[in-house]
Design a protein around this ligand. Sequence first.
Ligand code: E4P
Length: 217
Amino acid sequence: MRIFLDTANIDQIKQAVKLGVISGVTTNPSLVSKEGVADYAATIKEICSIVPGPISVEVLVEGVKPMIEQARQISTWAPNIVVKIPATAEGLEVTSVLAKEGIKVNFTLCFSLNQALLGARAGATYVSPFVGRLDDIGHDGMQVVKDIVGVFQKYPEIHTEVIAASVRHPEHCVAAAKAGAHIATVPNNVLVQMIQHPLTDIGVSRFLADWKRVSRK
Ligand code: E4P
């Protein structure tokens, strides 16, 4: 399973790239507004230049024609742009047009196997089931990921990749990996939690202390 960072924070992205563990970034309007970004296009272009992998960028208009036009525009910002299109009827129509033009689509706000299957059939490069938001309403978000992965595997002509999104804690990543998700997109705090283990910290301290004792002799 590959790891994407779910953020629009440039410092977090730079740090995660230094760690060598992320293969892409997903953004959304809420994440961008949290950063107080003045120039949307400039920020996205900067992210695209930092990360050698796909950068998902939300289309922010309604209606098939305006969405297609904005998606085409956004896709010119950098070669690694993926446009995020919502899992609606309009979104399907938009996805099928863009896919035929070679523009990569992340079919987002996906909450069911049926939505994911339709997104794949329309030509989406990625589908993003939102695990945490399903959990929030008492559903089993990870079961949806498992179902999508399982069904896509049954049909080898489907090349759409599954991004476990709306990840809230490291256990979501464990479950997504076990479910066979191609990618988990994780907020920075979850990435940090994935790295840490108290036994590693204790182990490092002990090894260093023991080594100091030996090297003093
Ligand atoms: C993914 O592409 C979305 O940006 C993100 O995972 C949504 O997560 P949230 O439910 O925490 O807002």
